[in-house]
Design a protein around this ligand. Structure first.
Ligand code: NAD
Length: 506
């Protein structure tokens, strides 16, 4: 792959360029945004921010390229996916390091993200199967019906900071496999992974103009939402923005799927293996510093488990190392920005004032330098109505809500407006089945704390965690990125032609 040396400005900052029409475009004469290394707190680069005009020009370039890609034989599209798989898997470490440099998560965690993103490429290597249509013979005398799937055209993918490679791969891989051209608008906070991916697609043989990376902020997003050339929008991010994207894009007649934030509850039943549950809670709450949409942020302790469970979680927290993501001894890295750090700090500070008990206070950990670090926090005695419970924190803060029984645990979760993921820890099959049956959440784990579906299923929450109808990646993505066309066919015998004004029936 010909990765160009990133442009360096006079101040020694790296410039992250757009990638449109198969080439990097760094100089558009417009605004730029800062990019930080969260582990040092230092500004390491700047990202070009697209004007509305640049977005519109990119969409037109994508539209011009899309026809040729649509005409490309399915077998050739599959070969791109096979080559892409080899490129990403053989250079996963390089991509992981780009993620760590801008996001802050540990390299090990970034490698996990790349592996989960790669599942989507692997799923799309069988795109020929997923794009098959249907056929019904003899629906009336001599009449057959078939249905085909055609690409929607140009689609936009707008992604969050917390998975700068995986979430783009959730979206663009299937969109491209289905014959569309893509405008990918990654998070402006860690934009480089998206450019790396676009160059990997190009090396895999994807024609220029099919995957375009356009960096930007609200101005670029609004231009996407209003451009009639863009026929569908996939979004992942926070709930207020997801709601906005859904409303504005849908009002403009686009197909939209907008995934929002989360508040994921993990129920621990009295019969659960408490050591296994404590391990799971710590892994799922503090991995990636809690900056995962499927992170566990609330443990629902049923009956008498709360006391011993809180002790076990606190013991494990004491053993976690927080540091630079490039340091192999770090379990957890910094938060993404100073703003994120201030926000998370405010939740821990506010919890005690609201009547909760701060068992482990992450603010007490000492760190050298200016990185955006905070230690893991554990807050017991949390109840609905407290800010620490009601809002998505998106940081390493685990709340414990104590409830008397299973029914109260289910009622608590079902009353929450978020409904992305949830889990139950129990040894009892009947309890687990009842939980699965009653719970109003999109993705459920039974003794699995982060139940992110594998690439052959689709990913999505319910309620305020998803606006729209279709989930991401997997089979539902092939539905989202294609339009169905139904064709009714008769090859009549000319001698039997006759006029009939009646409504056609069989
Ligand atoms: P965010 O909503 O701030 O940003 C997401 C995208 O929207 C970015 O590309 C950003 O540039 C753009 N954006 C931000 N503000 C905008 C505005 N006012 N108008 C138009 N566009 C705007 O989210 P984030 O902080 O990057 O990511 C974290 C959030 O994403 C969390 O809430 C997390 O739960 C959520 N998330 C959800 C899932 C899921 O699958 N449901 C997955 C990952 C992250």
């Amino acid at each position: 792959m010909s990765i160009e040396t990133p442009t360096r400005t006079d101040a020694g900052l790296t410039t992250v360029a757009h990638f449109v029409g198969g080439r990097r475009i760094a100089d558009t004469g417009g605004r730029r945004g800062p990019v930080f290394n969260p582990a040092t707190g230092r500004r390491t680069g700047e990202v070009v921010l697209a004007s509305a005009e640049f977005v519109r020009a990119s969409a037109r370039a994508a539209q011009a390229a899309q026809r040729g890609w649509r005409d490309t034989a399915l077998g050739k599209r599959q070969q791109v996916m096979f080559r892409l798989r080899e490129i990403i898997s053989s250079r996963a470490d390089e991509l992981a390091r780009i993620i760590t440099a801008e996001h802050g998560k540990t390299v090990d965690d970034a490698l996990g993200e790349v592996a989960r993103g790669l599942e989507n490429v692997e799923f799309c290597t069988s795109l020929m199967h997923h794009l098959k249509g249907d056929y019904s013979e003899q629906v009336a005398g001599g009449v057959d019906v078939h249905q085909v799937r055609q690409p929607v055209g140009v689609v936009a993918c707008i992604t969050p900071f917390n998975f700068p490679a995986m979430v783009p791969l959730w979206m663009v891989t299937t969109a491209i496999a289905a014959g569309n051209a893509v405008i990918l608008k990654p998070s402006e906070r860690d934009p480089s992974a998206a450019v790396w991916l676009a160059e990997a697609f190009a090396e895999a043989g994807l024609p220029a103009g099919i995957l375009n990376v356009v960096h930007g902020d609200k101005e670029a997003v609004d231009a996407i939402l209003d451009d009639p050339i863009i026929r569908a929008v996939s979004f992942v991010g926070s709930t207020p923005i997801a709601r906005y994207i859904y409303a504005r894009a849908a009002a403009n007649g686009k197909r939209v799927q907008a995934l929002g934030g989360a508040k994921n509850h993990m129920v621990v039943m009295p019969d659960a293996d408490l050591d296994a549950a404590a391990d799971a809670a710590v892994s799922a709450a503090y991995g990636s510093a809690g900056e995962r949409c499927m992170a566990v942020s609330v443990v629902v302790a049923v009956g008498e488990v709360a006391g011993p469970l809180v002790d076990k979680v606190a013991e494990r927290i004491a053993g976690l190392t927080v540091g630079d993501g490039f340091d192999p001894t770090s379990d957890m890295g910094p938060l993404i920005t100073q703003d994120a750090l201030d926000r998370v700090t405010s939740f821990v500070a506010g919890a005690a004032a609201e009547g909760a008990r701060v068992v482990v206070d992450g603010r007490e950990r000492q760190f050298d330098g200016e990185g955006f670090f905070i230690g893991p926090s554990l807050v017991d005695g949390v109840t609905p109505g407290m800010r620490v419970y009601d809002e998505e924190i998106f940081g390493p803060v685990l709340s414990v809500v104590r409830v008397p029984g299973f029914d109260e645990a289910v009622a608590l979760i079902n009353a929450n407006p978020y409904a992305n993921g949830t889990a139950v820890f129990t040894r009892d099959g009947k309890t687990a089945r009842q939980f699965e049956y009653d719970i109003e959440v999109g993705m459920v784990g039974i003794n699995v704390p982060i139940p992110v579906p594998i690439g052959a299923f689709s990913f999505g929450g319910w309620k305020d965690s998803l606006f729209g109808d279709t989930h991401m990646y997997g089979p539902e993505a092939f539905s989202f990125y294609t339009r169905r066309k139904v064709v009714t066919t008769r090859w009549p015998d000319p001698s039997e032609s006759q006029i009939s004004l009646g409504f056609p029936t069989h």
